[in-house]
Design a protein around this ligand. Structure first.
Ligand code: C2E
Ligand code: MG
Ligand code: MG
Ligand code: MG
Length: 289
């Protein structure tokens, strides 16, 4: 162990690596049953209009209530799912669960003007029956496509542009919105943005977090907001942790935002409280316009 190694750096590294491999084995062994035995759950993170605090969207974020390891974040198992043929199953579970929950909130009158955002992995997007399975899920829950936004990463776009185009066009025919997640971190060129029916970009939280600290990041965020504007795309700031970041986004004309300053990802019951209020008041002391 690290201790018996006397604080030796190599031993510590080895322990960390062993723990990582153990986790990976565990995930491979147990994720399949987790999908069916009720130990996966979704948290929902509100997205607001910073000017009013009004809730405009909810992002579904998957977690795994692991029997011995506690509540695991997606970073601990989504990658393994993708590497072991489980991404399809996991993805279908997420879409079905998020849509069922969203439909229930709609029926309760809690989410009338709110969009549900769902993360989609590259593996799902290239599967031939993806569009049809979305259509089925929307129909069986009575949800219109325009109330749903699927989040994809730039990575997907680059892997198989032709296939991605086909899938996204199928989704657009149902009115489903598409957002590019973690925008600014991938390799997609502007020509990809132009070639795909994308509705919005979400500025990667790495840039947003450093607003007020780094002028480079300010320049990047400013140019993404400008780019979105000239392409007629919506823009959302992710990872808003400070009032400075929020005020800066508003100053740049990026009004939609998500982040710990506003609300953490929350279990359904806790989100309902926010939905019932319709807004999450923020005291940003914005300049009056
Ligand atoms: P993402 O889609 O970019 O989601 C935002 C992540 O940033 C979430 O992490 C959220 O908890 C975190 N976050 C939000 N606000 C803040 C903030 O102010 N500060 C900081 N430091 N973090 C913030 P989470 O839930 O761990 O998810 C990580 C990633 O896992 C997601 O990034 C998404 O790419 C992926 N993911 C989550 N759920 C799913 C899913 O159902 N399917 C797939 N394929 N991927 C998922
Ligand atoms: Mg996302
Ligand atoms: Mg993101
Ligand atoms: Mg991400």
């Amino acid at each position: 162990s690290a201790k018996s190694g006397g604080g030796n750096g190599v031993a510590v590294f080895t322990d960390a690596m062993r723990a990582q491999f153990e986790l990976q084995d565990d995930v491979e062994l147990n994720l399949r049953s987790a999908v069916s035995d009720g130990s996966l759950l979704l948290h929902y993170q509100p997205e607001v209009d910073l000017r009013t605090g009004r809730i405009v969207a909810l992002e579904a974020l998957v977690r795994w209530q692991h029997p011995t390891r506690g509540l695991l974040p997606p970073g601990a198992f989504v990658g393994v799912a993708e590497a072991t043929n489980l991404a399809g199953e996991l993805g279908r579970w997420v879409i079905r669960t998020a849509c069922a929950q969203f439909a229930q909130w709609r029926q309760q009158g809690l989410a009338s003007n709110v969009v549900i955002r769902i993360n989609v992995s590259p593996v799902q997007l290239v599967s031939l029956d993806f569009v049809e399975s979305i259509e089925d899920t929307l129909r069986s829950n009575g949800i219109d496509g325009s109330s749903v936004c699927l989040e994809i990463t730039e990575h997907v776009v680059v892997q198989d542009l032709a296939r991605t185009q086909l899938t996204l066009r199928g989704l657009k025919r149902m009115g489903v919105q598409i957002a590019i997640d973690d925008f600014g971190t991938g390799y997609s060129s502007l020509s990809h943005l132009k070639a795909l029916p994308v509705d919005a970009v979400k500025i990667d939280r790495g840039f947003v977090q450093r607003l007020g600290v780094s002028t480079d990041d300010l320049a990047i965020v400013k140019s993404i907001v400008g780019l979105a504007g000239s392409f007629g795309l919506g823009v959302v700031g992710e990872g808003v942790e400070t009032a400075v970041a929020a005020r800066t986004l508003v100053g740049l004309g990026c009004y939609r935002a998500q982040g710990f300053l506003i609300a953490r990802p929350l279990p359904p019951e806790a989100v309902e409280t926010h939905l019932a209020a319709g807004r999450i008041p923020l005291d940003l002391e914005l300049p009056r316009v």
